[in-house]
Design a protein around this ligand. Structure first.
Ligand SMILES: [Mg+2]
Length: 108
């Protein structure tokens, strides 16, 4: 499988959620716990990158995949249209300016 749409990928994630018992409705899951687990995957990605482990088991690519799966799962369970949310934010960011002098963040 390759070149899936976000919807097709979400369908696969939800199919696995049904099969593995990860929850498919809000009453099945603990939302704060799912947010914490999403965050833990972000931390795993950071650690993989930090240790220059980009590929393979526990590598940066795999951890980014974990993040995407957890994000798609949480959004689907809560009936959030991620595509719509992302497009809306991309549009609003076009008009937004950041004051980099006041931020301790890398940019160019
Ligand atoms: Mg992981």
């Amino acid at each position: 499988m390759k070149d899936l749409t976000l919807k097709q990928l979400t369908d696969l994630v939800m199919q696995q959620a049904r099969e593995k018992g990860f929850g498919t409705s809000k009453k099945d899951i603990n939302v704060p716990e799912k947010i914490a687990l999403l965050h833990s995957e972000v931390s795993e990605a950071y650690e993989a990158y930090r240790h220059k482990k980009m590929k393979g088991k526990g590598g940066f690519g795999e951890e980014l995949g974990d993040i995407l799966q957890r994000l798609l799962h949480l959004a689907a369970v809560l009936d959030i249209d991620l595509e719509k949310s992302a497009l809306k934010k991309i549009k609003s960011n076009k008009k937004r300016n950041w004051n980099w002098k006041n931020l301790n963040e890398s940019h160019r």
